[in-house]
Design a protein around this ligand. Structure first.
Ligand code: PLP
Length: 360
């Protein structure tokens, strides 16, 4: 069987090594005679899998001991509500940075629970840039500052970390977590849906500083309290066991690749190559300010938009799939997360050059 190069924004490609290992262990994990899917989440086999996954992500991201790592369900979208429910702590407002479609969703949800101060927005330039922090109007009395380090749809990424002093910084890292080293100590909360850079859909990772846990709005559902999940080791109810296991295999794979320094080198290399082709050609265009172009999601348009569907069809017959841009942006989008091999990016570049020659 041959594998295609899948440029989907999520669920996205997983490393072949991970898929092969999971296939080998599918019906009999480590001599247990069971699939991981069939194990009790409280049994010693699964507990060992869960513990190993946690210790590996802690090692990879150098997560300090005063942070909990939670393995939850509900996707990043549930965090849009859980964050205000858990972090307001009696305050009435929170600061949000609006850099695109995912920021807007987080803002809309937070408005149900608090006053939202949009401290900066790049909506007026169609979300193709990021305002310098010196131009943000942060509120010193905000309960937290929320931002989206990588906007998956617009292809805009922060290559710096905001400084918010005593106010906890909260980040939706769904599409950039594990793409490079980050300084966890700068954050109060980091959350990410798994299906981009971690593993299969159904798992959501939350990394939270311990002092932020335990002062939630009184009406917060038990399942939505970080304190519930922190106390129970993410096993208050049945966790997404198989997704947790695959995430663990992905962490192991990243360690074997050389860790996050190495991943960031590879990721930057892949992105630089693709942007270079787009910028050198008059046929393809990416509108995003060069200072904040995403390493993970690269949208681009064709000079002749009526050829979009031809591009997508021919790419597909070449083994390059899911290049259609998000419906709100149009054009193309190549999502090139950790699991997209460099050969996949090279194949896309070859195809783009050939398509340009034939259709200019
Ligand atoms: C995909 C994505 C989400 C939504 O994730 P779900 O797990 O589907 O809820 C939220 N934020 C960002 C930045 C994303 O890329």
């Amino acid at each position: 069987m041959s594998r295609i190069y899948n440029f989907s924004a999520g669920p996205a490609m997983l490393p072949s090594e991970v898929m092969n290992k999971a296939a080998e262990e599918m019906t009999d994990w480590n001599g247990s005679g069971m699939s991981v899917m069939e194990m009790s989440h409280r049994g010693k086999e699964f507990v060992s899998i869960a513990d190993k996954a946690e210790s590996d992500i802690r090692e990879l991201m150098s997560i300090p001991d005063n942070y909990k790592v939670l393995f939850l369900q509900g996707g990043a979208s549930s965090q849009f509500a859980m964050v205000p429910m858990n972090l307001l702590k009696g305050k009435v407002s929170a600061d949000y940075i609006n850099t695109g479609a995912w920021s807007k969703k987080a803002i809309a949800e937070a408005k149900k629970y608090c006053e939202v101060n949009v401290a900066a927005s790049s909506e007026s330039d169609n979300f193709t840039s990021i305002l310098a922090e010196s131009e943000w109007s942060l509120n010193a009395d905000a309960s937290y500052v929320h931002y989206t380090p990588n906007e998956t749809i617009g292809g805009v990424e922060f290559h710096w970390i905001p400084e918010t002093g005593e106010v906890p910084l909260v980040a939706d890292m769904s599409s950039t977590i594990l793409s490079r080293p980050i300084d966890v100590t700068k954050y109060g909360v980091i959350y990410a849906g798994a299906q981009k850079n971690i593993g299969p859909a159904g798992l959501t990772i939350v990394i939270i500083r311990e002092d932020l846990i335990g002062d939630e709005i009184a009406s917060t559902p038990t399942m939505f309290k970080y304190s519930t999940m922190a106390k129970a080791g993410s096993m208050y109810n049945t966790p997404p066991t198989y997704s947790w296991y695959i995430a663990g295999l992905v962490f192991e794979w990243i360690k074997n690749m050389g860790g996050l320094e190495k991943m960031s080198e590879i990721n930057k290399g892949k992105a630089d190559k693709l942007y270079a082709v787009i910028d050198e050609s008059k046929y393809y265009n990416n509108p995003v300010d060069k200072k904040c172009r995403s390493w993970m999601n690269i949208p681009f348009t064709l000079a002749k938009p009526d050829l979009d569907s031809k591009f997508i069809e021919q790419a597909k017959t070449t083994g390059l799939v899911n290049l259609k841009g998000h419906r709100s942006v149009g054009g193309m989008r190549a999502s090139i997360y950790n699991a997209m091999p460099e050969e996949g990016v090279d194949a896309l570049i070859d195809f783009m050059n050939k398509f340009e020659k034939e259709n200019a």
